[in-house]
Ligand binder design. Sequence first.
Ligand SMILES: Nc1ncnc2c1ncn2[C@@H]1O[C@H](COP(=O)(O)OP(=O)(O)OP(=O)(O)O)[C@@H](O)[C@H]1O
Length: 273
Amino acid sequence: MTEEITMKKIDTFAEHGDDGATNETHIEAKDFSLFYGDFEAVRKVSMEIPKQKVTAMIGPSGCGKSTLLRSINRMNDLIPSTSATGEMIFDGHNIYNKNIDVVTLRARVGMVFQKPNVFPKSIFDNVAYGPRLQGTKNKQELSEIVEQSLRNAAIWDEVKDRLTANALGMSGGQQQRLCIARALAIKPEILLMDEPTSALDPKATAKIEDLIGELRNNYTIIIVTHNMQQAARVSDLTAFMYEGVLVEFGKTKQLFTNPDNPQTENYITGRFG
Ligand SMILES: Nc1ncnc2c1ncn2[C@@H]1O[C@H](COP(=O)(O)OP(=O)(O)OP(=O)(O)O)[C@@H](O)[C@H]1O
């Protein structure tokens, strides 16, 4: 029963996955492992994430999706006792090399979290925060960046008349789009999204999913989601992880309709997880 429902919905939504053929690789993991102390949470993952596509990471709770996602801009560095082996290649360099400037890396690889983490500041100041840190002081220039970022995050029309209002007064869905605008304001190339809709209602979720559809033209997006329907709707490629291992990675439609690995099939048909 579960199998039938899953397949039906996925067939409806996954059409754009057809063009998921990869051309240029943007990030490449090579035998990459991430440890919390002695525990290997991500195990020797090798994958090539294509440029300007949406890649979804799915798998049961605790399989290492978020850890792998956070490895891409070294957010795990903030957790004591983490260490990495193997390589995560971005722009020809292993980002775990000692000479990598992590601040620059995180400007190029932005992140949006599960719960919108707006600052208790005005809508304008939330979006201008990163550019100001990067040294942009000119008011006109800042205004242009803020407007463009809010437009790109599909929220300009809702907030253009109240840019000085406190961002905490916005709805959860608006706050999440504001966080996306804030991430876009520093002009990243890659956007990491860690379950960006799990705290949102279906209407707000649909808006974020539409937005992902638009952003994929200009950004490489990697999204962790618990929701397989969402992965099927928004992504070009899907990675299925289990117990830290990358079990299968391929075009979304193929993975959901005709997976290579029996473990993937068991998961997407609801037999476990
Ligand atoms: N800060 C941490 N310290 C120690 N172990 C951790 C830490 N964060 C995660 N882990 C462990 O690493 C493994 C992978 O966790 P991770 O959060 O990456 O999985 P996930 O697939 O994203 O899970 P979920 O879907 O529940 O968010 C789990 O066994 C988890 O308990």
